[in-house]
Design a protein. Structure first.
Length: 370
């Protein structure tokens, strides 16, 4: 979408005495996809655009056609006309923000500084206390609905058990708001992509960890393991696929690419204490909780590394990066990427999904409960 705007394929167009803002001609876009090697032929290009229509990403400007036609018809990205449907993740975030603002605005709020195991926590509440409040304020109709809301907020990283050991229950377990909505502008980031262009212009892989020393020709990344050991892994700059042929340890499958020298692999040893199977993760009563993380990449990337396969796990997280801010931790297992179930995939395939996806990355992870 951004490339089409930059190339002036998306612009205001006039048809039958009416001006349609921010639209493109289907036939022109099909030509563009083939010219830019985004599709090998017209049939593939049409199938690709039909996928975007099926997922409510683009539509005919008058909604007179439900399919994508390779003709002189006008189509538009829903993001450009405000008809893009809000995802479940954004809806949960907005609900959490609304509840938080309501809680902090009252005098006798249930959000208090509390202590557990000699550790003080901010913005805390008891599970049963929150449920009572939700019913009293008319936010839910019954306790079961309140528990379901609490679990959704926890799985999306908005609230959390203070020591991250429990899911949300109707009990005297202590929870706190993991996100301070007054300090973060996460909703703006989710709904606006004004700085998306910076990502494609970044000289380093956005899938790798963030840069420590951004001096030209001296790029390095922070690698974090479970034993808190910190090491610096040197990386070379992006180059063409031809000049780097022969090296199989790549993060990209197509140019431009970032390649690590064979002598300096990024966390070659797994951070997992023992191998875990997909069957073990999905078995009833397994000690794992599923969480949804929404990670808005910056100009450097998302700040994490995936390794392993079937299932894959988080190998490293930059403590100052977007992934860490969203609640990602090492040893979490990757359940889905942007709605795609990935427990059965290897890390190369998952990294490809991430690299070719949008700047705002939605991941479901499974985390062990101690």
């Amino acid at each position: 979408r951004l490339r089409l705007h930059d190339g002036k394929l998306i612009k205001d167009r006039r048809f039958h005495l009416r001006t349609y803002p921010n639209c493109f001609v289907a036939k022109e876009l099909t030509d563009w996809l083939i010219d830019r090697k985004e599709a090998p032929d017209r049939e593939s290009a049409i199938r690709l655009m039909q996928k975007l229509m099926d997922h409510y990403i683009i539509h005919h400007v008058c909604d007179e056609h439900s399919d994508y036609k390779d003709a002189k018809l006008l189509y538009r990205f829903r993001k450009d006309d405000g008809t893009f449907p809000l995802s479940k993740d954004v809806k949960v975030f907005m609900r959490g923000q609304s509840l938080y603002e309501k809680l902090v605005s009252v005098e006798e709020s249930i959000l208090k500084v509390r202590e557990e195991n000699s550790v003080k926590y901010q913005r805390t509440f008891l599970g049963s206390e929150m449920i009572d409040w939700l019913i009293q304020e008319g936010e839910v109709e019954n306790r079961q609905e309140a528990v379901e809301l609490g679990r959704a907020l926890l799985e999306h990283g908005i609230i959390q058990h203070v020591s991250n050991r429990h899911h949300f229950f109707d009990s005297d377990i202590l929870y706190h708001f993991w996100i301070n909505f007054r300090r973060r502008r996460r909703l703006t980031e989710l709904l606006s992509e004004n700085s998306s262009r910076a990502l494609s212009e970044s000289p380093d892989s956005p899938f790798c960890l963030r840069k420590l020393n951004p001096e030209p020709g001296n790029t390095s990344f922070l690698s974090v393991q479970t034993n808190k050991e910190i090491k610096v892994v040197s990386a070379v700059r992006r180059s063409s696929i031809t000049s780097l042929s022969g090296n199989s340890n790549t993060y990209f499958s197509a140019p431009p690419t970032l390649v690590f020298p064979p002598v300096a692999e990024c966390n070659p040893k797994s951070v997992l204490k023992r191998p875990v199977t997909t069957e073990e993760l999905l078995s009833p009563g397994a000690p794992y909780v599923k969480k949804t993380l929404t990670i808005v990449g910056d100009a450097v990337g998302w700040g994490f590394v995936v390794r392993g396969g079937r299932p894959c796990h988080i190998q490293a997280v930059d403590p100052g990066g977007p992934a860490a801010a969203a609640g990602m931790k090492v040893c979490q297992f990757v359940f889905s990427v942007n709605g795609v179930y990935v427990l059965h995939l290897d890390y190369q395939t998952i990294s490809s999904l991430i690299m070719t996806g949008p700047r705002t990355l939605v991941m479901e992870v499974m985390e062990a409960i101690e």
